[in-house]
Write a protein that binds this ligand. Structure first.
Ligand code: OGA
Ligand code: NI
Length: 386
């Protein structure tokens, strides 16, 4: 390849950045040094993956190339599609008086899948659609507006970035994220971008209430009394991760989100109708098909820890697509603020036959490990086993 064929990618910002792209020879980009410079150039643009796409590129920059994307059953024929097998769909009506049947369905879904969809959950479709629209408005706003929010400062309650683990992980994902810590102490309203302020506040309030209901159902599914998980203070923290997956010109070379499990007790996920989310089930990737009005619930690592491995946090990922954008909002129930809080297997679940698998872990130790490792597909819990 000659020098003239290699066109610089213009990132829409005051700086012009040259990022190596997929047509370049990998050999010239293998050194860590190059990679760090390119990561930094991308980060400094403060325009995310959306900014790259807006610059009109038709090859993806090298930093996004995931050699495992292809091998890893990335091709749809190697994944099980939803017509063959699907995560359970649970009807929550009437949510006020959960019947034993709902609890049984949740218990079975948690033990077999760690993932399920819920319908009749009480949040109107207009609110779900409004949230998707609001998040789209933010990510599609002028880059000058978004730049004010671009930050890796963990102490900021509201911020926008691309790849929280950009510098930790081997490969970057094809997505941008607006992150809002909504509970226990919410941000001042004016800290939330005006383009989506009202809907984020409304959606969070409703997700928090739904979350309380889910905590009760999950508590019962574990055979505990309904308020037990809530009483341990697990339901107090809410973190919103509002993702934007721009259309990708070479989707077979990268991932929207690499395989991972969540750093929450559980997560309630809202996805639009584009699709691409997959869950690892019996060693195969199974599609999680979008259903209008439904929400996806998945268990996180902290649930696996407190349930002493009875309920598992299951790996999932999002494949990149050349259509889109895809928008999703993950609501993590996790109390980031109180890092000194200790998590361990719930005593009532332990017995002589079921001794603790994990030691007591300060939340901060777990989160630090999770964040420094990045989404590399391995469990963050293994280091905390007894
Ligand atoms: C996450 C996640 C899936 C999605 O944020 O942890 O898995 O569909 N998101 O964006
Ligand atoms: Ni996740």
């Amino acid at each position: 390849m000659t020098e003239t064929e290699k066109s610089p990618l213009l990132i829409p910002s005051s700086t012009t950045v040259l990022l190596g792209c997929s047509q370049d020879k990998p050999a010239s980009h293998e050194s860590d040094y190059d990679r760090k410079i390119e990561l930094k150039a991308f980060d400094d643009s403060k325009a995310g993956v959306k900014g790259l796409v807006d610059s009109g590129l038709n090859k993806i920059p090298f930093i996004f190339i995931d050699n495992k994307a292809n091998l890893n059953c990335h091709h749809p024929t190697k994944s099980l599609d939803s017509s063959q097998l699907s995560i359970p769909i649970i009807d929550l009506k009437p949510v006020d008086q959960p019947t034993q049947s709902i609890v049984n369905q949740i218990q079975s879904a948690c033990e077999k899948w760690g993932f399920f969809q819920i319908v009749n959950h009480g949040i109107p479709e207009s609110v779900l659609d409004g949230m998707i629209d609001g998040i789209r408005r933010f990510h599609e706003a002028d880059s000058e507006i978004k730049k004010q929010y671009y930050s890796r400062d963990m102490s900021r309650k509201v911020r926008y970035f691309s790849n929280f683990d950009l510098y930790a992980k081997q490969v970057a994902n094809w997505r941008d994220t607006l992150r809002c810590r909504m509970a226990p102490s919410p941000p001042e309203p004016q800290e939330i971008p005006q383009l989506c302020r009202e809907i984020i506040m409304d959606y969070s309030k409703q997700i928090m209430e739904l979350g309380f209901g889910m905590f009760e159902l999950l508590s019962m599914a574990l055979g505990l009394n309904p308020s037990q998980l809530k009483n341990k203070g697990f339901a107090e923290g809410l973190l919103l991760l509002a993702h934007y997956y721009p259309p990708c010109p070479e989707p077979e070379l990268t991932m929207g989100t690499s395989s991972h499990s969540d750093s929450s007790i559980f997560t309630i996920l809202l996805q639009d109708q584009v699709g691409g989310l997959q869950v690892l089930h019996e060693n195969k990737w199974v599609d999680v098909p979008p259903i209008p009005g439904a929400l996806v619930v998945n268990l996180g690592d902290l649930m696996q820890l407190v349930s002493n491995d009875r309920f598992k946090s299951v790996n999932h990922r999002v494949i990149a697509k050349n259509k889109g954008p895809r928008i999703s909002v993950a609501s993590f129930f996790v109390m980031e603020e109180d890092g000194s809080r200790v998590f361990g297997p719930i005593k009532e679940l332990l017995s002589e036959d079921n001794p603790p698998v994990y030691r007591e872990v300060p939340l901060q130790d777990y989160l630090t490990h999770y964040n420094s490792k990045g989404l590399d597909g391995t469990s963050s819990l293994s280091g905390f086993k007894i």
